[in-house]
Ligand binder design. Structure first.
Ligand code: UDP
Ligand code: MG
Length: 140
């Protein structure tokens, strides 16, 4: 089954929208198969956002992503990579339609604060799942 890496950003925690967002993922019919709250380091963020390091907004993005906890998830389902991108809506809130997570809940001046990350390809999903869940499933 196809998998994607989803991450609730610090604004989702701060605004108490984690439950709402997780609920939308569940109601869509996707299966959350792993979940973890984390505090990210600059090193991990430079790997995760390697494609953006040279952008002028990168320092703000890194600071924002370290401003509070994130929740990483592995989400499974048929066509889930594209499906989750559709559920999220596009990067910038003014492009995101009502009914999407970003369209319904984000309008911050800080463009970093758009609530949720989702992998943009199956290949990236596998890379990101390996980065954030190197331990796999945990039994204690
Ligand atoms: N971002 C930003 N300013 C921009 C573009 C992106 O702060 O002009 C942030 C935003 O948090 C976005 C993240 O960088 O979600 C990653 O950018 P990407 O283009 O990969 O967008 P996404 O895949 O998250 O929609
Ligand atoms: Mg992206």
């Amino acid at each position: 089954m196809e998998k994607t890496y989803i991450m609730l950003k610090p604004d989702a925690h701060k605004r108490e929208l984690m439950g709402e967002i997780i609920s939308r993922i569940e109601r869509k019919g996707y299966n959350i198969t792993n979940m973890k709250m984390m505090h990210l380091t600059a090193k991990t963020l430079k790997e995760h956002y390697a494609h953006l390091i040279d952008k002028p907004f990168y320092p703000e993005l890194e600071e924002f992503m370290m401003s509070g906890p994130v929740v990483g998830m592995v989400v499974e389902g048929e066509g889930v990579v594209l499906g989750m991108r559709n559920l999220m809506g596009p990067t910038k809130w003014w492009d995101a339609l009502a009914g999407t997570i970003r369209g319904d809940f984000s309008n911050a001046n800080d463009l970093s604060a758009n609530l949720i990350h989702g992998s943009d390809s199956v290949e990236k999903a596998n890379e990101e799942i390996a980065r954030f869940f190197p331990e796999g499933e945990v039994t204690i």
